[in-house]
Design a protein around this ligand. Structure first.
Ligand code: GLV
Length: 325
């Protein structure tokens, strides 16, 4: 019997590829850059399964171009705003994602950004490379502290809660805003507040919400104007949750202390982005989940979703279980 045909849109860790090779006839996109729209449409034609990354926009056109035999779309990410899930559900195509396995790596990274910004670590490096380190200075590169500070989490799902767990060790006060989580969480010593209170009271605001029409530019100039002057904004969710022009203005005028972004709008961030001219920002190239262990687990999980889907079995992690009703 011939194996199901699948298209995998990039080289992923071997732990996932070996599973796919065993049970599928795999077309693997090996270039460093993602396939163009035309290349994507061409390669999905006739496949039973698609394993894609957040760099691919998977809409009804892609699904129709693949054909009615398409049985699964497996995203190698926990976020799935790159996929038109409604279009997939209408076509009875299950969509898989990779929750849980990247929670700790992402929360670690958000903390790393918080500390890098508030203790000005990249600025310190640039200071040395620029030959400015002449002596130990009592006033050199002063920043903020975590101990005793208030951490405001926007989004209190898996990663938000992992942030709260870490914050206990730093003796921080934790508040959160999440329309789906309105009860206090005594185990994590965290309390729900409304959006405005969170902005007004937090020394660190960390974003852990998915990108939806409701969260698009949630952090705009009005939201930034409510934040404390010592506040640090951290985004490890999706770039468009923050309005980049509003953030640039707030940082340039030092209305907040700084920002750490692992995600930007757009991605990749163009080299002429005004954000790159600022000292009080740390920007990384969407690598919060990029530990070797986590990326291997993501690949394995995405492969399992793909294989279950092409076999017509329920996906281990399905974002639109309505397709099975
Ligand atoms: C990465 O951003 C993910 O959603 O997994």
């Amino acid at each position: 019997m011939s194996k199901p045909k699948v298209f995998v849109t990039r080289l992923i860790p071997e732990k996932g590829l070996e599973l796919i090779r065993d049970s599928c006839d795999m077309d693997l996109w090996q270039a460093e850059l993602p396939p163009s729209r035309e290349e994507l449409l061409q390669h999905v034609r006739g496949v039973d399964g698609l394993l894609c990354l957040l760099t691919e926009q998977i809409d009804g056109e892609v699904m129709d171009e693949a054909g009615p035999q398409l049985k699964v779309i497996s995203n190698h990410a926990v976020g799935f705003d790159n996929i038109d899930v409604m279009a997939a559900t209408t076509r009875k195509i299950p969509v898989g994602n990779t929750p849980e396995v990247l929670t700790d790596a992402t929360a670690d990274f958000a903390f790393a950004l918080m500390m890098a910004v508030t203790r000005r670590i990249p600025e310190g490096e640039r200071y040395i490379h620029a030959g400015k380190w002449k002596t130990w200075g009592p006033l050199t590169l002063l920043g903020g502290e975590l101990t005793g500070a208030t951490l405001g989490l926007i989004g209190f799902g898996r990663i938000g809660k992992a942030m709260a767990r870490r914050a206990v060790g730093f003796e921080m006060r934790v508040i959160y805003y999440d329309p789906n989580e309105t009860k206090p969480n005594p185990d994590l010593k965290a309390s729900p507040v409304d959006f405005e209170t969170l902005l007004e009271e937090s020394d660190y605001v960390s974003l852990h919400a998915p990108l939806t029409p409701d969260t698009h530019h949630l952090i705009d100039s009005e939201a930034l104007s409510k934040m404390k002057s010592n506040a640090v904004l951290v985004n490890t969710s999706r770039g468009p949750v923050v309005d980049p022009e509003a953030l640039y203005e707030a940082l340039k005028e030092k209305r907040i202390f700084g920002a750490g972004l692992d995600v930007t709008e757009p991605e990749p961030l163009p080299l002429d982005s005004p954000l790159l001219t600022l000292d009080n920002i740390v920007i990384t190239p969407h690598i919060a989940s990029a530990s070797k262990e986590t990326r291997a687990r993501m690949a394995w999980m995405a492969a399992r979703n793909l294989i279950a889907g092409v076999k017509g079995e329920p996906l281990p992690n399905c974002v639109n279980p309505q397709v099975y009703k």
